[in-house]
Write a protein that binds this ligand. Sequence first.
Ligand SMILES: Nc1ncnc2c1ncn2[C@@H]1O[C@H](COP(=O)(O)OP(=O)(O)OP(=O)(O)O)[C@@H](O)[C@H]1O
Length: 289
Amino acid sequence: MAPREGRRPRHVSAPSSSPAPAASPFAVELRGVRRSYGRGEQAVQALRGIDVALPHGSFTAVMGPSGSGKSTFLQCAAGLDRADAGQVLLGGTELTGLSENRLTMLRRSRIGFIFQSFNLLPSLTVQANVLLPQRLAGVRQDRRRAQELLARVGLAEHGRRRPGELSGGQQQRVAIARALITNPEVVFADEPTGALDTRTALEVLGLLRQAVDELGATVVMVTHDAVAASHADQVLFLADGQLVDSLTRPDPGAVAARMLSLTAAVTGTGAGTGAGMNVGTGYNSVVAA
Ligand SMILES: Nc1ncnc2c1ncn2[C@@H]1O[C@H](COP(=O)(O)OP(=O)(O)OP(=O)(O)O)[C@@H](O)[C@H]1O
């Protein structure tokens, strides 16, 4: 997938260190990834052979009906959960097979996370929260970069406050700054706007878009919201543990139409597979290049 025209990463105004040289053209690659939960008749096939490759500097949204495997996809791609089969690569480094310690170190230094519920530490100042990934990774805490990132998300004056003194939208901005502090290869965002009102959500999505366009970040975002997904370069649609479709340069209407037909197909409500939905065609390989 090519990034949107006019939205190519410009690698300008990166607050400090530039991204590490890419060992692979792809920030994230999943090859034949399978993950099931439980055993025997109770087993649930959460991912049933996922093949996808997402280039550096791209913004990808992952959508699908409830239970389609979005969270499992994100967890496996981010090395928070282990695939039963297949390979997961981050910037060319294979995660499958890494020891727990090495996986933890890799997550701390090369991956940023943004969660629906912000997950800031209430007892730390805003600035200390932003610096936490560097502290955990055991690298020098770069206060200047933290301050630059806080300024970028509009919180230059809030570094000494505690998260509890900020609004939800402001807390999510802190979480974005925290996710970017280590200059990670990929930022994984799990429903980052799920707890925010519409206007605040749009601001947060704009900041994620800026991180991609101006800092060269790679963002992978799970969302239920068609408007949120339309900020991405590409939307991947999951159904029943498989990638069944994708949309590039998505607009909210097209995303909503595909979700509607997907949900109808999954629940069997008979709404058909209009809007070009590909359910059941065996399309499960999306190489975003
Ligand atoms: N720890 C677990 N133990 C057993 N089954 C699980 C576990 N985690 C997920 N599943 C099952 O795997 C399937 C995929 O779940 P997953 O959470 O990835 O879907 P999702 O698309 O993120 O759903 P939602 O939109 O509702 O959050 C579901 O059938 C779910 O019930």
